[in-house]
Design a protein around this ligand. Structure first.
Ligand code: TXA
Ligand code: MG
Length: 438
């Protein structure tokens, strides 16, 4: 019924992106773009097909059937609200044979389709090629669910040194070692704490980094001479497969120049490190969007050194008492985790945290980060970090939004803190750090 080059689009996506249709129209010149709609969107679909003739056919389908049409390869891509791009690509460590990537704009998703018209064949080959580079001691940036990491073989001192050189990162700031398989813990940690096993069971693969007792074979440069080592198993299927295929544990800080905002797209990495590293694996936009929770099990009471998506609410039921390191707040200078400097994640344009962003509505050279729908018109550029006042969505778009405003040569940008709960704690922590310098 549909040939190999059919791209399915859902009405929700088109409704969301009505002003960004140009790129989709262009794509329709190269392949078949079909609007596919669930039963309850029939009227909407008819209207859309009429308004946008490039939508070659109008196929009625449930969301599930659409997903399956990609899984059984009758459709090449499914473009869905969010903006999600799904395609068939069976990877060993993925939970589904359909890989779903996220993008901040429809144009980004379409650029991906153009760069990778057959991702099911291309991605596994790229992963193998880049894994071989890692095994040779080279630097490869790759997507994780949190932010893009800059990876190197953790047990290869020279390779790890080149991470520090590329990032211009000081040696006092230790790295997180990424694994794809629990068997890799052997040779990285000693005296594994039973609480660590509980946490791994529950949260790995996922955005939780554990500080554990280090095995002597981990080079001092990885841990900044500390007797502890940070370990994490990311959940992004591309990351897992890359690590697995390299056969190595992979040391990876966020793939940005030291002190700057972490990258959440491949383009962010390219802009800051493109010339200095050997490859970038493009996996769209990171879904969590802020760095992993760093939890130390080497303190008397388990201690959160860096807040992230997994917070007290998730950790306490498993661990009992959990402390939050004081340096998580804005003013403490006693560093338990050396990378957690006060000024970090910082854009070039000054960011000010204010109570009411609406006070800046008449300033055309002030960019505004919005976390809720604003009724007042702003003269300067605004970026909705989340229109739905959804803190998880805000986290996933935060760094992208900051970078976007930072590229516009503005006098400054302003934003407000979120309610101090759930992932809002982590967002506020990053906002304070991004603004601390100024
Ligand atoms: O989500 C993430 O964690 C991302 C992705 C790529 O996995 N990585 C990341 O790495 O954010 P990086 O290097 O930008 O931040 C790692 C943080 C630093 O603040 C560092 O000081 C802390 O983890 N850290 C690493 N090893 C540590 C150790 N042994 N003890 C205490 N803190 C440690
Ligand atoms: Mg970092």
């Amino acid at each position: 019924m549909h040939n190999q080059n059919t791209i399915f689009v859902t009405p929700k996506l088109l409704a969301q992106q009505s002003n960004a249709l140009a790129s989709l129209t262009k794509l329709a010149q190269q392949c078949n773009v079909a609007l596919a709609y669930p039963n309850d969107a029939r009227d909407e679909a008819r209207l859309l097909c009429k308004a946008h003739p490039f939508l070659s056919s109008c196929l009625q389908a449930t969301e599930q059937a659409l997903f399956e049409s990609v899984a059984d390869k009758t459709g090449t891509f499914l473009l869905d609200e969010g903006i999600k791009l799904s395609f068939y690509c069976p990877l060993e460590l993925a939970t589904s044979s359909v890989i779903t990537l996220f993008f901040h704009t429809l144009s980004d998703a379409i650029a991906y389709i153009q760069a990778f018209p057959r991702p099911g064949e291309q991605l596994p080959k790229l992963i193998d090629a880049y894994a071989a580079l890692l095994a040779q001691g080279k630097l490869v940036a790759f997507p994780t669910e949190t932010v893009y990491g800059l990876g190197a073989d953790a047990l290869n001192e020279e390779a790890v040194q080149s991470i520090f050189a590329a990032k211009q990162r000081p040696f006092f700031d230790p790295l997180i070692v990424h694994i794809a398989d629990l068997d890799q813990l052997e040779g990285l940690v000693v005296d594994l704490d039973p609480r660590a096993k509980l946490l791994m069971d529950r949260f790995w693969p996922g955005p939780l980094t554990l500080i554990l007792k280090k095995h002597p074979s981990v080079p001092a440069i990885v841990t900044a001479n500390s007797q502890t080592v940070a370990i994490r198993m990311p959940s992004n299927p591309l990351a897992l497969n890359l690590i697995k295929a390299s056969g190595k544990a992979i040391a990876a800080p966020s793939a940005n120049r030291f002190g700057y905002t972490s990258p959440t797209t491949a383009l962010h990495v390219k802009e800051q490190l493109g010339e200095r590293i050997d490859a970038i694996l493009d996996g769209g936009a990171c879904t969590v969007g802020i760095e992993s929770t760093v939890l130390s099990l080497c303190t008397e009471v388990p201690t959160i050194l860096r807040p992230g998506k997994i917070g007290l609410k998730e950790l306490e039921p498993l661990l009992g008492e959990v402390k939050v390191s004081k340096q998580v707040g804005p003013t403490d200078t006693n560093l338990e985790s050396p990378g957690l400097l006060e000024s970090h994640y910082a854009p070039t344009t000054p960011l000010y945290l204010v109570d009411d962003v609406a006070l800046y509505k008449d300033q055309s050279d002030v960019g505004v980060l919005l976390f809720e729908k604003q009724r007042v018109p702003f003269k300067g550029p605004v970026v909705y970090v989340s229109e739905k006042e959804d803190a998880e969505e805000a986290a996933s778009r935060l760094y992208w939004a900051i970078r976007h405003l930072d590229s516009m040569n503005l006098r400054c940008m302003v934003g407000s803190l979120l309610p101090e709960e759930g992932i809002g704690v982590a967002i506020n922590n990053r906002l304070r750090k991004a603004s601390a310098k100024h």
